[in-house]
Design a protein around this ligand. Structure first.
Ligand SMILES: Nc1nc2c(ncn2[C@@H]2O[C@H](COP(=O)(O)OP(=O)(O)OP(=O)(O)O)[C@@H](O)[C@H]2O)c(=O)[nH]1
Ligand SMILES: [Mg+2]
Length: 332
């Protein structure tokens, strides 16, 4: 009797063969077991998979007993105005979001656990770039230890929820709780009295993906009821492109950044290359960014854009607005 294995099974098998860690191998073996057609023709194969699985689980237990493992470390070098890490359950669509918003070319697959290492990509918002980092999934049984550092190093996080999944609330709770156990708290706003010595706080929003799927609207309502008071929720369909046009702007504002352009006295503004600064930055913050000696050398500044009068003189502590043009005068 032929086995009639499906393409999904072959994909899972490929992932299993490529897996390096015992934890990863277990995940893919379990997928293979789930995906293998259940009939007489595959009896031997099923038995074989189960045998391998129990062997790996034994290795996993033994490995855990040996104390701290030093696993791989991934460092995604920061580029652009800010770095946002994508977090989510298997298959939520994290990789598809990365592919839709950037030029990156991640593996997007029907089978879960298709992403194994962090992958960055640059999303474009007008004249600035925002770095997105795709990551492997987080589940009750699966968490790459190096993910903690990835989240810590990011400027913010996007929790990708799957509007096709009835278990979407639990999936998010699992991620929040898992990160809490490593003292990383994802919040809409960092509380003023946050303990920043013992804990890492990162701002997060929920990206509700797969809006195109049947009953997605109902699940979105449930998501809003449960998490709407706690996080901003942005519905999209990475697959169909719905809601993606507005996303880079949202990400930029979520990072609480402003763009400022500089201008030399008597010359036109340099509108090619904005400086990105945290919202609330003042003229002096910009000056120091342009050149560290400007703290000492800055004589005066004029501003175009947000003020009532174009070209007015402003003090060093004048707070800048998005898209201001600033003339920094260091001359005599
Ligand atoms: N219908 C629909 N399918 C989507 C959407 N976004 C992603 N998918 C599909 O969902 C499946 C999983 O997408 P991925 O982007 O690989 O999911 P992931 O979160 O990266 O999964 P892991 O890497 O395994 O954690 C793929 O078959 C995608 O094509 C969407 O907006 N709508
Ligand atoms: Mg992925």
């Amino acid at each position: 009797m032929p086995a009639n294995l499906t393409p999904q099974y072959h994909e899972a098998e490929k992932a299993f063969k490529a897996a390096r860690s015992v934890d990863e191998k277990i995940v893919h073996l379990e997928n293979m077991l789930r995906l293998i057609p259940k009939h007489k023709g595959t009896d031997h194969m099923q038995a074989d998979l189960k045998r391998k699985l129990s062997q790996l689980k034994k290795e996993q237990l033994e490995g855990k007993g040996k104390g701290k493992k030093s696993g791989p470390v991934f460092n995604v070098e920061k580029e652009g105005a800010g770095q946002i890490v994508l977090l989510g359950a298997p298959n939520a669509g994290k990789s598809r979001v990365l592919a839709a918003l950037t030029h990156a070319n991640p593996v997007v697959a029907e089978y879960p656990f298709s992403t194994h290492v962090p992958q960055p990509g640059m999303a474009q918002f007008e004249d600035v770039q925002i770095q997105l980092v795709d990551t492997p999934p987080i589940t009750p049984d699966f968490y790459e230890p190096w993910m903690t550092d990835i989240v810590r190093r990011a400027d913010a996080a996007l929790l990708v929820a799957d509007l096709g999944d009835d278990g979407l609330l639990d999936a998010i709770e699992v991620i929040l709780k898992r990160l809490e156990t490593v003292k990383v708290n994802l919040v809409a706003d960092i509380p003023p009295d946050a303990d920043i010595h013992l804990h890492t706080w990162r701002r997060a929003a929920i990206l509700a993906n797969k809006l195109d799927l049947p009953d997605a609207g109902d699940r979105l309502e449930i998501l809003r009821e449960y998490y709407g008071g706690r996080f901003e929720i942005w519905p999209v369909s990475a697959g169909m492109g719905t809601g993606l046009d507005a996303l880079p702007a949202r990400l930029f504002h979520f990072l609480r950044l402003i763009r400022v352009y500089t201008k030399e006295p008597g010359k036109k503004a340099d509108l090619e290359r904005p400086y990105t600064l945290p919202a609330g930055s003042a003229v002096l913050d910009l000056a120091v960014r342009v050149h560290r000696d400007f703290e000492r050398l800055l004589k005066s500044a004029r501003i175009w854009g947000s003020g009532k009068y174009d070209g007015i003189h402003v003090k060093r502590d004048h707070v800048l607005q998005d898209k201001d043009v600033v003339e920094l005068n260091v001359g005599g």
